[in-house]
Write a protein that binds this ligand. Structure first.
Ligand SMILES: NC(=O)c1ccc[n+]([C@@H]2O[C@H](COP(=O)([O-])OP(=O)(O)OC[C@H]3O[C@@H](n4cnc5c(N)ncnc54)[C@H](O)[C@@H]3O)[C@@H](O)[C@H]2O)c1
Length: 243
């Protein structure tokens, strides 16, 4: 069920953190993986580690033309892990229009545009799996992350309707919602001892997530083991949102 030999996968945000770990796991499981990111240098260095399995495609998810180019380059993949994203950590009263627009254009507009374009290829073939990256912040509030949380809640809602429309055409659409995970995205929080200790107290499993924890969930959602799962957001947060 977890053998991806002969299958093609596209992972965005693959130059770092969760996307990189997920792309590496799919490659280990036999897939050919298109790794896509705006950080061309890190992306090319990663792809060079596994030239037999990884194909680098640079793109910028905030630009529709670039999203279209990526969709064209990857063609009819079996799996899309729609993961590239940015965090916006700004008090609501100081929120700047440019920052607001940017985080929405990457996390919501660009992500939806990519799923629409790649998903249409899957629909034409009658099969495929799309897995978005959401966040536990679709479920609970966190100060200074209002817009970021709104984009991730939007993704969880998007996958429900996309799954309704495309289920009858053989395409599953799901979401993995990470809790706090040890990646460069939230270094500033992880380096703040007070925030670090306070957050750890709230996690029943007693640790932050590792990129590998998320990669495992993406592979499950994309695999035949999840053949009857669609429109679902799988929260992978060590239990943070339970209380
Ligand atoms: N780390 C966490 O605690 C956490 C928690 C919940 C959700 N997430 C989500 O997980 C996903 C991956 O984040 P991560 O933690 O691995 O962070 P990361 O910063 O390590 O990786 C994000 C990647 O996305 C790329 N990216 C950013 N903007 C882009 C754009 N416009 N076009 C193309 N690529 C772009 C970056 O270059 C980077 O390689 C994001 O969607 C993030 O919102 C992370």
């Amino acid at each position: 069920m977890f053998d991806f030999t002969g299958r093609s996968v596209c992972v965005t945000g693959a130059a770092s953190g969760i996307g990189r770990a997920t792309a590496a796991l799919f490659a280990d499981l036999g897939a050919t993986v298109f790794v896509a990111d705006r950080d061309e240098e890190a992306l090319n260095a990663f792809a060079a580690e596994r030239p037999d399995r990884l194909r680098a495609v640079a793109f910028d998810q905030s630009e529709l033309a670039s999203v279209e180019q990526l969709a064209h380059a990857v063609g009819a993949v079996d799996v899309l892990v729609n993961n590239a994203g940015v965090l916006l950590y700004e008090p609501l009263s100081e929120l700047r229009w440019a920052d607001l627009s940017h985080v929405i254009s990457v996390n919501l507009t660009g992500a939806i545009a990519l799923s629409r374009l790649v998903g249409q290829n899957m629909v034409a073939r009658g099969r495929g799996a799309i897995v978005h990256t959401g966040s536990q912040l679709a479920y609970n509030g966190a100060e200074f992350r209002s817009v970021y949380a709104a984009t991730k809640a939007g993704i969880s809602q998007f996958v429900k309707t996309a799954a309704l429309e495309w289920g009858p055409k053989g395409v599953r659409v799901n979401c993995v919602a990470p809790g706090r995970t040890l990646t460069p995205l939230n270094q500033h929080l992880l380096q703040d001892p007070a925030s670090h200790a306070e957050s750890l107290k709230r996690i029943p499993l007693g640790r932050f997530g590792q990129p590998q924890d998320m990669a495992n969930a993406f592979v499950f959602m994309a695999s035949d083991a999840a053949a009857y799962v669609t429109g679902h957001t799988l929260v992978v947060d060590g239990g943070w949102i339970l209380p």
